[in-house]
Design a binder for this molecule. Structure first.
Ligand code: HPA
Length: 271
């Protein structure tokens, strides 16, 4: 058996024992966006510590729980807290829970994150639907022997964020009268925020926002044939802000959380 499958199967078997239903949709909640769990009719919650083979989150503001339950009539599994490359996990560890959620039966993955605004038309508190990404400054989680049971050696990435999900999210946003931007997410490893020269470079290269998560998860989800949707909350404006702090990022994400939650909830209903 290919390396990784043994642990995946063990974890999936454990979780299936804890929760008998099959979730349809997987959700990952980014920094400061954890209040979304209040929208879920929670049927089962399990600390990452208690899940075999799961890494454990070390960042303040990340709760570290896998939640199973119902939202808008759909069964979902949600990660309250994710794993980041900058914490010291290898890429395979960062994406392990995504693979687990796919093997639990989900076909759709909704990702969220706090991100730095690079596009000068954006402002703090804006929501941006990710229509594409640039991942040249991060480690591709598929490097290494391909796990053929999960997906192909050379996965297509022509539509990493499904157009039909983007269209549905825009419909929901219009109905709720919430403004959403659309753009390209430029992935970095962190943990440093960018220098002014780096923000400028990212803008020149076509990034509208920059962040330290999401892309590795999106890559493995695409590898496994999941349909991915992702949305950023703009928490700082790199080229304009004098200084950026994690506290400021969390605060801005928290302030925008109700808008974000309304859209995710509406999208789950519409899927
Ligand atoms: N850069 C990288 N990651 C981030 C930022 C940023 O400015 N804001 C929130 N996450």
């Amino acid at each position: 058996m290919a390396k990784g499958m043994k642990q995946l199967k063990e974890t999936v078997k454990f979780l299936k024992k804890q929760y008998k239903h099959t979730p349809e949709i997987a959700v990952v909640l980014g920094s400061g966006l954890g209040n979304f769990i209040n929208e879920i009719e929670i049927e089962q919650e399990i600390d990452y510590h208690d899940i075999p083979n799961f890494p454990v989150s070390t960042v303040p503001g990340h709760k570290g729980k896998l939640l199973f339950g119902k939202l808008s009539g759909k069964r979902i599994v949600a990660m309250a807290g994710r794993f980041h490359f900058y914490e010291g996990y290898c890429a395979a560890e960062v994406v392990f829970p995504i693979r687990v959620m796919k093997l639990l039966g989900t076909g759709v993955l909704l990702l969220s994150n706090a991100a730095g605004g690079v596009n000068p038309d954006f402002k703090i508190g804006d929501l941006m639907i990710i229509k594409d990404h640039i991942s040249l400054n991060t480690v591709n989680p598929l490097i290494g022997k391909n796990v053929d049971d999960l997906g192909p050696r050379f996965p297509d990435m022509s539509e990493p964020y499904k157009k039909y999900l983007i269209a549905k999210a825009k419909e929901v946003a219009a109905r709720l009268n919430v403004e959403v931007k659309e753009g390209v997410y430029y992935a970095v490893t962190g943990p440093t925020f960018e220098t002014k020269a780096e923000y400028k470079m990212i803008h020149i290269l076509g990034g509208d926002v920059v962040g330290m998560s999401t892309v590795q998860e999106s890559i493995v989800a695409n590898h496994m044939g999941m349909h991915v949707f992702a949305m950023s909350v703009i928490t700082d404006m790199g080229l304009q802000d004098a200084v950026i702090s994690h506290e400021e990022v969390l605060e801005a994400a928290k302030a925008a959380e109700p808008k974000f939650a309304a859209i995710f909830k509406g999208l789950i209903e519409a899927i």
